[in-house]
Design a protein around this ligand. Structure first.
Ligand SMILES: *Cc1c(COP(=O)(O)O)cnc(C)c1O
Length: 218
């Protein structure tokens, strides 16, 4: 049985979605998984995402999982199906603007900084509440849809720490859902990568982002 099938079987049992993270890997490797049925792929760089979108079958859904600069939103706005790492109001507003230009609604996740190690990107608890207060009181964001949260746990062997960080994301997810009366489409917790996806699933993940386990080390 292929690694892919093994992972897919495990995820099916818990209703978890797999985003195959194909960054740095050639189109041939994407097509190998495509032929096994995978239609959901993720990249962390805008240029690479655009290149692969152009080269691959059009029934693939593309996610951007990495940090996104506001000035690059326009390149992915015509086709991206989910942006995982919204980490400022400015970026959220630019996605809304570009989505409107393309006459479509773009789904986004807010990146919550759950890692205790020093990381550059992601919103703090206070940032998220501030952003959500603003978002929920405004009527101008008609071209984006906040469908959940994304988080990355610390890079550590300490399972307890990873578990605690993922559970923080779930707590925040529930807090937002209840405080802002979010619609049904708010249903995604994007957490878990090759090294920690099993823990993430145990902590309530609905979407895992797996790269090296599927495609080999980078
Ligand atoms: C690269 C990457 C992944 C996948 O990492 P692996 O350890 O290779 O599974 C997941 N999420 C983000 C944001 C990434 O940049």
């Amino acid at each position: 049985m292929s690694v892919y099938k093994e992972i897919i079987d495990k995820l099916k049992a818990t209703n978890t979605t797999l985003v195959a993270i194909s960054k740095t890997k050639p189109v041939e490797q994407i097509m190998e998984l495509y032929r096994q049925g995978q239609r959901l792929f993720g990249e962390n760089k805008v240029q690479e995402l655009v290149d692969k979108y152009e080269q691959c079958p059009k029934d693939i859904e593309w996610h951007l999982v990495g940090h996104l600069q506001s000035n690059k939103v326009k390149y992915i706005a015509p086709f991206v199906s989910l942006i995982h790492a919204i980490d400022s109001l400015k970026l959220l507003e630019e996605v809304n603007r570009q989505a409107q230009k393309n006459n479509r609604k773009i789904k986004i996740l807010l990146q919550y900084r759950i890692a205790t190690e020093d990381t550059k990107f992601g919103l703090s608890q206070t940032d998220i509440v501030e952003l959500m207060d603003f978002y929920s009181q405004s009527s101008s964001y008609n071209f984006i849809e906040i469908v959940g949260l994304m988080g990355m746990a610390s890079f550590t062997e300490n399972e307890t720490q990873i578990r605690t960080e993922f559970s923080k994301l779930k707590e925040m997810f529930t807090f937002i859902k209840e405080s802002y009366l979010m619609p049904k489409s708010y249903n995604t917790m994007s957490m878990g990568m090759s090294g920690d996806y099993k823990i993430a699933i145990e902590e309530g993940s609905t979407m895992v982002r797996i790269g090296s386990l599927l495609f080999g080390a980078r």
